[in-house]
Design a protein around this ligand. Structure first.
Ligand SMILES: C[S@@+](CC[C@H](N)C(=O)[O-])C[C@H]1O[C@@H](n2cnc3c(N)ncnc32)[C@H](O)[C@@H]1O
Length: 344
């Protein structure tokens, strides 16, 4: 059996940046599927360009789904009883999808095959459990991740229990690092970026929160904040969606956020302004003395994405121990990363 490896899962578009981020003189990551790279060395905690990791994963191969399922059960060993009982869940997923043309939904080429494999595994699990008269047990939060990287090959982890707080969890609390985002009738599709970040932050918004939305137009992010019951002040010289202007608890200040943003008594600060990373980081640092509970900033980069630039940004923010910090290239980020901060 080949030795286990760590499989980092990011975006196909950011694969080079992920490889750069994980490479050292002695460590050379190897791409195994779009957006997925393996590294045999010690586990790296929380790279920006990976949303998930399969730690110490074993590669299994088989001629068809049945064969693969067989190989998977063969290596469960002492953990098989927990899987048969249903206490440990098998989470099967495919490599992340490449960004599709505008208006189309992303779809991984192996999505259908991963679903088929999940069905075959469930069938086998139920069959074996019946045969051995295994008593069912409630799910205990433990998971075995199965990443299908080709029709006949997958990586499989040992059982693990992710931290239930997504802001602390690594491996990610979300299978494949993909936090689901529901469709919403928001004024812009940018709302998806904020919803995804809020899920990583453990859904930290509370009704009555005072929120500041920097670069808010046309209003996808403000819409999300209002839907959570926040009172929102949006700064943007551009027009906000008229539907938002009519909502109680919403105020539009048609002003330059760098000059006029007021962070007094604020609970939540979000920013989606397109500007130089240095200026955005300075703006974020200007907000922190007000001690907001939640901070979400996107930082726009230039293509191609480069790990060194992002490392510098992360280093510039890492010093504030009052906050938990994560910087991630999320599913809904294109040429940008999302800074997520939560007050301890
Ligand atoms: C990517 S859009 C924001 C989209 C928004 N988050 C949404 O959900 O609809 C960036 C916005 O930043 C605004 N912007 C750029 N520079 C700004 C500044 N100095 N102050 C305030 N807003 C600014 C732009 O006018 C633009 O509306």
């Amino acid at each position: 059996m080949p030795p286990p490896v760590n499989v980092y899962v990011g975006s196909p578009e950011a694969e080079d940046a992920l490889v750069q981020e994980l490479t050292t003189k002695r460590r050379h990551p190897r791409p195994v599927a779009p957006g997925c790279v393996t590294l045999s060395a010690q586990l790296q905690t929380d790279p920006v360009f990976a949303r998930h990791v399969l730690a110490d994963a074993q590669r299994i191969e088989g001629r068809g789904r049945d064969d693969l399922a067989q190989a998977l059960f063969a290596q469960l060993g002492e953990h098989e009883d927990a899987v048969l009982a249903g206490a440990t869940r098998l989470a099967v997923f495919s490599p992340p999808a490449a960004r599709p043309p505008r208006g189309q939904k992303p779809r991984s080429p192996l999505l259908g095959s991963a679903r088929d494999l999940a069905a075959v595994l469930e069938q086998k699990r139920a069959g074996r459990a019946r045969k051995r008269a295994t008593d069912p047990a409630p799910p205990d939060g433990s998971r075995i991740d199965v990443l299908l990287v080709a029709e006949g090959a997958a990586y499989v982890t040992a059982p693990f229990t992710p931290d239930p707080d997504p802001m602390l969890a690594w491996p990610s609390a979300f299978p494949g690092g993909h936090a689901e985002v529901a469709d919403l009738p928001a004024p812009s599709s940018a709302y998806r970026k904020l919803v995804e970040a809020l899920r990583w932050l453990g859904d930290p918004l509370r009704p009555g929160d005072r929120a500041v939305d920097l670069g808010g137009a046309p209003g996808g992010w403000s819409y999300v904040l209002l839907e959570h019951g926040a009172r929102v002040v949006a700064y943007d010289r551009g027009d906000m969606d008229p539907g938002l202007l009519a909502r109680p608890g919403f105020e539009h200040r048609r002003k330059d956020a760098f000059v006029h943003a007021d962070f007094t008594d604020v609970d939540v600060v979000v920013c989606d302004i397109i500007d130089e990373p240095k200026r955005i980081v300075s703006l974020l640092k200007k907000a922190l003395p007000a001690a907001p509970r939640v901070v979400v900033f996107t930082i726009k980069l230039k293509a191609p994405l480069e790990a060194a630039k992002v490392r510098a940004i992360k280093d510039a923010l890492a010093g504030d121990h009052a906050y938990q910090l994560r910087v991630k290239h999320l599913v809904h980020n294109k040429t940008e990363v999302t800074v997520m901060m939560r007050r301890r």
